[in-house]
Design a protein around this ligand. Structure first.
Ligand code: SAM
Ligand code: SF4
Length: 481
């Protein structure tokens, strides 16, 4: 039985999230679940009664950040002995009790399949006064309850913008746990997890080990959640999964990702649909056609290529060749010429020669992505690549990354420049963080656009004539439609 606080001042919950959008979604679920026990999110860490730290271990650097943040909490715990510190996410799953051994001020470690139980676990922790590591092999029961708890009420900031879980939240402005948001002050875009885990076992990647095997969520639940979001004013959903285009395996009803997209368009009124991430091997012609045929599907595809050398792609266990990847991109661009494309690249993978790296640079030149996320290879425990002996020197990998990022910066700048003069439909997300009274939004291709507009335009799709291009954004003027 969950305890529900009915009197006294609410307890403070401070959430810190490292890593990907899946982690942000999980953090929102934790906020929602603990809100049901009377917790409100606080922005000042020293006002917290519970700290939830959601961790990422996809690269070594992300893991180090977690350790240094955990270390910095020791003093606070000394000052507030009743404070409960909980760690979840991929580092928690990977290390379990070892994390409790390493940080004696840490109270609880929960695995990636235990998020749904955070309320009961916290209660058990408080009752026992001890320390706890809980890393179930399976979700408690099926995936339904785990994924279904909508993280909703705590999403609302007073400015009417979606606020990422990474950002600080103005606690004074939070609604009490059970209050509904004020109409008009709703988030414009919201994440919806459609699947968890991954079966691909790319040789560098820790995700299948810490997130488990691929599990898809039944379509009816996804549709229900989208309708619920829509009723609260959400205009755009971001469908999340490690490999969304293999959605549907193992479900009772046979539903492909394309069918799911079509159902969302047909059975909800959501204005925009986005999704991430897709695997190049699973990109079908049917999915490409969706970009041309579906009004609500944003014309943006994030399709991680990782490398341009077939030898490296095979060692990465990616299941496609560079030519196969480029051929799919060409086909997609024929089907939907306006498609915006972004990708991920790893440099310095074990055995990557200068010649292999040149092939990646050639691929960049040929495809000309709108934007790119690029990383130096980071060795991860238990992955197949950990055993590859032919490591690339750190300095060499760093030099390659610099060259790759400089080349991409030029491509992105010239693509942004070519937007000047065009008129784009922009979904207004809210006030721009950076600039004086401006509003911000995104084009269907996922480009950020800032422009002068009233706050009341939040949530509307407006036409904006692009006047200036910057390295990461555009600026323009609203036009009358
Ligand atoms: N599922 C997605 C996919 O198939 O690409 C992305 C998952 S991963 C969390 C996000 C990105 O991190 C990957 O595309 C890859 O570029 C990068 N990444 C994963 N493992 C890495 C490692 N060991 N070293 C460096 N980058 C890595
Ligand atoms: Fe990792 Fe590959 Fe799965 Fe993406 S597809 S999560 S890179 S194993």
């Amino acid at each position: 039985m969950r305890a529900r606080l009915t009197s006294g001042s609410p307890r403070g919950l401070y959430v810190r999230t490292f890593g990907c959008q899946m982690n942000e979604y999980d953090s929102l679920r934790v906020q929602r679940l603990l809100a049901a026990q009377g917790y409100v999110v606080v922005e000042a860490i020293d006002r917290a009664d519970v700290i939830f730290l959601n961790t990422c271990s996809v690269r070594g650097k992300a893991e180090q950040k977690v350790y240094s943040f955990l270390g910095s909490l020791r003093r606070l715990k000394e000052l507030k002995p009743n404070l409960k510190i909980i760690t979840g996410g991929c580092v928690a799953q990977q290390l379990g009790e070892k994390l409790l051994d390493r940080f004696d001020h840490l109270d609880m470690v929960i695995g990636t399949r235990a998020v749904n139980a955070v309320g009961q676990l916290l209660q058990r922790l408080q009752e026992s006064g001890g320390r706890l590591a809980w890393l179930p092999e399976e979700e408690n029961g099926d995936l339904t309850p785990i994924l279904y708890s909508s993280p909703f009420p705590l999403l609302f900031g007073a400015e009417g913008r979606v606020r990422g879980a990474r950002e600080k939240w103005p606690d004074a402005r939070y609604p009490a746990p059970d209050t509904r948001p004020t109409p008009g002050l709703c988030p414009v875009t919201a994440p919806v997890t459609i699947m968890q885990g991954c079966n691909n076992y790319c040789s560098y990647c820790i995700v299948p080990y810490v997130r488990g095997a691929e599990r898809s969520r039944p379509p009816a639940q996804i549709l229900d959640e989208i309708r619920a979001l829509e009723a609260l004013g959400v205009r755009e959903v971001l469908l999340l999964g490690q490999n969304v285009n293999s959605y549907g395996k193992g479900l009772e009803e046979t539903v492909t990702f394309v069918e799911l997209l079509r159902r969302i368009e047909a059975q909800t009124d959501i204005a925009r649909i986005r999704f991430t991430t897709s695997h190049p091997r699973d990109l079908t012609d049917e999915l490409m056609l969706c970009f041309a045929e579906m009004n609500s599907l944003c014309k943006h595809l994030h399709l991680p290529v990782q490398a341009g050398s077939d030898r490296i792609l095979a060692r990465m266990n990616r299941g496609y060749t560079a030519a196969g990847y480029v051929e799919k991109i060409q086909r997609l661009r024929r089907i939907c010429p306006e498609i915006g494309l972004t990708s991920d690249v790893i440099v310095g993978f074990p055995g990557e020669t200068e010649e292999d790296f040149r092939k990646t640079m050639e691929l960049l030149d040929e495809v000309r992505f709108d934007n790119l996320f690029s990383f130096c290879y980071s060795e991860r425990p238990n992955t197949r690549a950990e055993a590859f002996a032919d490591r690339v020197e750190k300095g060499v990998a760093a030099r390659r990354l610099f060259e790759l990022q400089s080349c991409q910066a030029d491509i992105t700048a010239s693509k942004n420049l070519s937007e000047v003069g065009s008129i784009r439909d922009v979904l207004v997300e809210g006030p721009s963080k950076a600039s004086n009274g401006q509003m911000t939004g995104r084009t269907t291709q996922n480009r950020i656009v800032n422009f002068q507009a009233p706050l009341s335009s939040t949530g509307q799709i407006v036409g904006v004539k692009i006047a200036f291009a910057y390295s990461h954004s555009l600026r323009g003027d609203i036009i009358a439609k």
